[in-house]
Write a protein that binds this ligand. Structure first.
Ligand SMILES: [Zn+2]
Length: 75
């Protein structure tokens, strides 16, 4: 069963911080394998967060991200 894109987007920061449970982590991985738009966004965010370090984290918040995933996935 595939999780919805916005659920996956909401888990992004925990995913990058490795704060997800094993089960959630696998759900995210499975979704990314089947959903190129989410994978694209995740990779961008991961790179961006690596660059900016802690500063932007959680402040930039998933809301803008969720909207972007929605646009990309056509929901
Ligand atoms: Zn998706």
């Amino acid at each position: 069963m595939m999780r919805r894109c916005e659920e996956i987007a909401a888990l992004l920061y925990q995913y990058i911080d490795r704060e997800l449970s094993e089960e959630e982590y696998q759900q995210v991985e499975a979704h990314l394998d089947e959903c190129p738009p989410c994978k694209h966004v995740f990779k961008l965010e991961e790179n961006m967060l690596t660059l900016v370090g802690e500063r932007c984290r959680r402040v930039c918040a998933p809301e803008g991200l969720i909207n972007r995933v929605r646009q990309l996935s056509g929901e």
